[in-house]
Design a protein around this ligand. Structure first.
Ligand code: ZN
Length: 349
């Protein structure tokens, strides 16, 4: 009985650890390449303000890593921002966004990062990054080695942080489902491609949906046979059934060329990763989780969250699931916004 309670507690704790409050913060920045660069500065200043306050010593290495990343991005985009663009942005911004742009305007460009403590931001922008930081640090504490946004175990594992030149990779997991074709239709209308990480089980159960996907011109990758947690599997035959069997299926039956794999939940240990690396060219993780699986994350919340994080990281790999209507619903506005902001959509990692 005790054990059942403990198990229930651990399961709840695990779920709670991944749940995040849906924070809806609309940005007033315009979707133009110039505004996008200013926005990237503002997002990073806000994020830095939150992580600069972090006192927990066990998080110090993680804070350092995140801080270095933000400082690098500030360096990267600063040369692209002109005083005229800042002046122009001030005419329609308000709140924390306006405060941050006023700071950029009065501070020499080379000191934007170093003098950041002079800028104190408040309101929803900071609330968003406090929530985001809480989410990242919960992941870090729970899975310091194995969670996708936290660490890589091999240089053929790709997280997305390296894509900071305005490349966006849209990725859709867990299909094919009845939502796969609507997603493909939207991508086609927008003349872009994405990457679909399919489950062997779903391919077997929905051959017509998978055939349509193979004819859509998108990149197809694999996401295991049944969505098992690979880090918890200790039987090599069972691991092969998850990692190798779906590849054999789509190669032999559909003649697909497959380069990439993504472990369910991003969860893998060295044994699982070894098999993944023996079987595929790269293991693809992500750095921008839409959290579309969360009930409270409406289309609006996801749109704001994903655009904000794309601007923060200046590009990256976005995780969606083509198994929900709201994912179909969010795509047109998201794609419009990112295109108008000067982002390019890519599929080859
Ligand atoms: Zn999945």
């Amino acid at each position: 009985m005790k054990q059942i309670f403990l198990l229930a507690f651990l399961c709840l704790a695990r779920l709670a650890a991944f749940a995040t409050d849906p924070i809806l913060v609309r940005s007033n920045f315009k979707a133009t390449p110039q505004d996008a660069e200013i926005r990237t500065l503002v997002e990073n200043l806000a994020f830095l303000q939150v992580i600069d306050q972090e006192k927990a010593t066990e998080l110090a290495p993680f804070v350092e890593k995140k801080r270095a990343k933000s400082l690098k991005i500030i360096d990267l985009v600063s040369p692209n921002v002109s005083l005229t663009h800042l002046e122009n942005a001030l005419t329609y911004l308000n709140g924390a966004e306006k405060e941050a742009v006023l700071y950029l305007q009065k501070t020499p460009k080379t000191e934007w990062a170093t003098r950041r403590s002079e800028l104190v931001l408040q309101g929803d922008l900071i609330r968003f990054y406090q929530g985001f930081w809480a989410e990242l640090t919960r992941l870090y504490r729970l899975h310091p080695r194995f969670t996708s946004e936290i660490a890589v175990l091999d240089d053929r594992e790709i997280q997305g942080f390296a894509y900071d030149q305005k490349q966006v990779f849209l990725t859709f997991d867990d299909g094919p489902t009845r939502f796969t074709q609507p997603v493909c239709n939207l991508l086609k209308e927008n003349n872009i491609r994405a990457n679909f990480f399919v489950l062997g089980k779903n391919v077997r159960e929905n051959p017509a949906l998978f055939t349509a996907l193979t004819q859509s011109g998108n990149e197809i990758s694999l996401h295991s046979e049944t969505h098992a947690n690979l880090a918890k599997m200790h039987d090599f035959k069972a691991l092969q059934a998850e990692v190798v069997a779906p590849l054999t299926l789509v190669r032999e039956k559909y003649n697909c060329q497959i380069d990439y794999f993504r472990a369910p939940y991003g969860s893998r240990d060295l044994a699982a990763l070894g098999l993944i690396m023996d079987t595929y060219k790269k293991h693809i993780l992500w750095n921008i989780d839409s959290q579309d699986w969360q009930a409270g994350f409406t289309k609006e919340v996801m749109l704001e969250r994903v655009t904000r994080l794309v601007h923060l990281y200046h590009g990256g790999i976005v995780l969606f699931h083509d198994s929900r209507q709201k994912v179909v619903d969010v795509l047109p506005e998201l794609i419009d916004h990112l295109k108008a902001s000067g982002y390019r959509f890519e599929t080859g990692f």
